[in-house]
Design a protein around this ligand. Structure first.
Ligand code: IVH
Length: 678
């Protein structure tokens, strides 16, 4: 057993190492030599090795060395992680400023905070009672992946908050990135080992964060800057402005970006943008623009958000990098909805951090407008993750051999007629599901992460399944067997079983995802979600008239007709029905069901903890409680009506007991949920 002295020593070492780490990686102001640091670190490691009970999850020794994971768990973000709208020039920025003023009915100039837009990946860091307990990627904004072990390898990220009295819950959001120095060091390491170097810091950082073995992440030497909050418990004294938030975060030990500034109105914002553009090349990390945020958090709240982006912030992106190259050929690709897209095959060229061999030409009108011909010298443009495009032709360099391109009259894949509706810029193959390309793309979409999310079923595998004749359409996925799969080249029994299991797991989905997955033309993720919320059941949606469809928020006549047509084609109805027979299920969406359910728990706030009985997940229990009108919070406070504690309940239980908050068990939960079972 460890004595009290040993335990105190371990604690003192942890604090000292935390301090040195913070001084070195955050403040850039070390006060001890590397050798002194190493000696302290070794002392702590030795102590913990001799007395494993002294090891804590937030110990500096726990940054690397965790056992590799089999896969990442999903994490539901308590507060969604939003993306940002873009402004491409000074006018668009001025428009944004005007809209903010109008919405707020403000007579005075709005104060903004300008921050560099880091070219990395957004993550959410969760601290409970001061300890880093979970870190997640943004994912689709609602659900991300648990990458806690990997985030711990970021040396500037505090494993334990600095200062006294940390809030019960503090979620901090920030951007993980790879500095240019780390990028260079990594590439030297890779080249020395005869491996392929990384193409750009962003990809290297993204790949680093998704390593199942955190030792690999550690090698990449990632960094982070923090800039906003997620879920925060009531006991936190959050400052009132975005600008003060930085100092507040720093006091807890978080690294923040030094290039931030308050700006009055759009003119000062734009001046900041220009100044930072000039400074960009000297920064030790890559940025792709500037983010402007309304400074007052109260006003941010008042402005709210649109579907995925806040109304109180905007990104002004730097113009895309441009280079010239030769256009060798124009080919037509057929998409999921039959749309023919011209693609330029290029002489490979390095632009925007990657080598580009293909670029989109959008559609035939664009080809004609830009007068792009095969053999031309063209300007290719690429910004961030955006698909590279042919911006224009260098006419002075046009050769006599250059050849014009015409819209094909038949589909290059299936030979069906190509039609272009009046007024439509897009030409489409009329082959529908007889067209191999449309079927393949439809299946890829169906399986994709935002649709049915069939883990492990990527584009290549879909191609293989179709090539080998194992599936014809997405509905066939559910009748695949492991015996069929093992016949595929390079498919081992284990992978085959995994895929079958993933397909089976994917059956348990939501109506919104399913509707989106069907690939109905004009039905994107948001529309699918609105349709699911409005109709509540597949049957109601399938039977809806055009008028009923048009009554749904965000659904116009074109989308309404498209949905109606889709469900009036027997082949589609058959496919949907066969999938339901194969076991595709979804819970009733909450909002539509809420109308029918008496709000018995309105005004009550519950907290869930531990493992619940009967295989009920906390997310499911949460959804059901909310359906009855309850609020479900992530942390216990005096206002909590009750803590619902399953098995292995931990710190929340202690907290509830200390505050005198009632503790409920599984039977109590079932009683609360009884109105749903009637
Ligand atoms: S704020 C409103 N601030 O840009 C919340 N995002 O295009 C949006 N990003 O997902 C995030 N630097 O990955 C914010 N200083 C910054 C940022 C920043 C980079 C990224 C972030 C976000 C994406 C949105």
């Amino acid at each position: 057993m460890s004595s009290e002295v040993t335990s105190k020593r371990a604690d003192a070492l942890r604090r000292a190492l935390d301090d040195h780490n913070h001084r070195y990686y955050v403040l850039d102001d070390p006060s001890v030599s590397d050798a002194e640091y190493d000696a302290l670190f070794r002392e702590l490691s030795d102590l913990e090795a001799a007395h494993p009970e002294l090891q804590t999850p937030d110990s500096p020794t726990q940054r690397v060395g965790a056992a590799p994971l089999g896969q990442f768990e999903a994490v539901t973000h308590a507060v969604p992680m939003l993306s940002l709208g873009n402004a491409f020039d000074a006018d668009e920025l001025a428009d944004f400023d005007r809209q903010v003023s109008e919405r707020l009915d403000a007579s005075e100039t709005i104060t903004y905070v300008a921050e560099p837009k880091l070219d990395g990946l957004a993550v959410s860091l969760r601290y409970e009672h001061g300890v880093f307990v979970q870190g997640a990627t943004r994912g689709d904004g609602k659900t991300g992946e648990n990458v806690t072990q990997n985030l711990k390898t970021i040396r500037s990220l505090p494993l334990r908050l600095r200062g006294e009295n940390p809030p019960a819950v503090l979620e901090v959001r920030g951007e993980v990135f790879m500095s240019l120095a780390a990028f260079q060091a990594n590439n030297e390491r890779l080249l020395a080992a005869d491996q392929k170097p990384f193409v750009n810091p962003r990809n290297a950082a993204a790949g680093g964060l998704r390593q199942l073995d955190s030792k690999k992440t550690a090698e990449r030497q990632l960094s982070i800057f923090c800039y906003s909050l997620g879920e925060v418990s009531d006991d936190a004294e959050v400052p009132s402005t975005q600008y003060d938030l930085f100092a507040w975060l720093q006091a807890f030990g978080f690294p923040t970006n030094g290039e931030t500034k308050r700006c009055q109105g759009h003119a000062q914002c734009y001046a900041f943008y220009e100044a930072l553009s000039a400074k960009r090349a000297t920064l030790p990390y890559e940025i792709d623009g500037v983010v402007f945020k309304v400074d007052e958090l109260r006003l941010q709240k008042e402005l709210g958000q649109r579907s995925r982006a806040p109304r109180w912030a905007i990104a002004q992106k730097f113009p895309a990098e441009e280079v010239t190259t030769t256009l060798q050929a124009i080919e037509w690709q057929v998409g999921r909805t039959g749309a023919l897209t011209p693609v330029a095959r290029l002489q490979p060229v390095f632009v925007g951090g990657v080598t580009v061999t293909n670029a989109t030409l959008h559609n035939i009108d664009e080809i004609e407008r830009k007068d792009v011909r095969v053999d031309d010298t063209v300007v290719v443009r690429r910004a961030g993750d955006v698909i590279p495009e042919v911006a224009r032709v260098v006419l002075e360099d046009r050769s006599k051999n250059s050849k014009k391109t015409e819209l094909p009259t038949t589909c290059p894949v299936c030979g069906s007629d190509v039609k272009r509706a009046d007024g439509d810029v897009v030409a489409r193959c009329t082959g529908a599901l007889t067209c191999d390309a449309q079927r393949r793309e439809g299946i890829k979409h169906f399986a994709s992460r935002r649709a049915m999310d069939v883990d492990g079923l990527g584009n290549k595998l879909v191609e293989q399944l179709v090539d080998e004749g194992l599936i014809q359409s997405y509905a066939d996925l559910f009748t695949l067997t492991a015996e069929q799969l093992v016949q595929l080249p390079r498919m081992a029994e284990k992978s085959a079983n995994n895929l079958i299991a993933a397909i089976s797991t994917a059956k348990d989905t939501t109506l919104a995802r399913f509707v989106f997955a069907l690939g109905v033309r004009e039905v994107g993720e948001t529309t699918a979600s609105s349709l699911a919320d409005h109709f509540g059941s597949l049957e109601a949606l399938m039977n809806a008239s055009i008028e009923e469809l048009e009554a749904v928020n965000d659904v116009g006549p074109v989308a309404a007709t498209s949905v109606h047509d889709f469900f009036n084609q027997q082949a589609n109805v058959d496919a949907v029905m066969s999938m339901m027979d194969a076991g595709v299920t979804f819970p009733t969406p909450l909002e539509s069901a809420a109308d029918a359910v008496e709000q018995t728990l309105e005004g009550h706030t519950y907290v869930l903890t531990g493992t619940l009985a009967d295989g009920l997940t906390r997310d499911e229990a949460k959804a059901m409680l909310q359906q009855l009108g309850a609020k479900v919070s992530g942390s216990v406070s005096k206002k909590t009506t009750g803590l619902i504690a399953g098995e292995k309940a931990g710190s929340k239980l202690t907290k509830a007991e200390s505050l005198g908050v009632p503790v409920l068990d599984d039977a109590d939960l079932q009683a609360l949920l009884a109105p749903l079972k009637r």
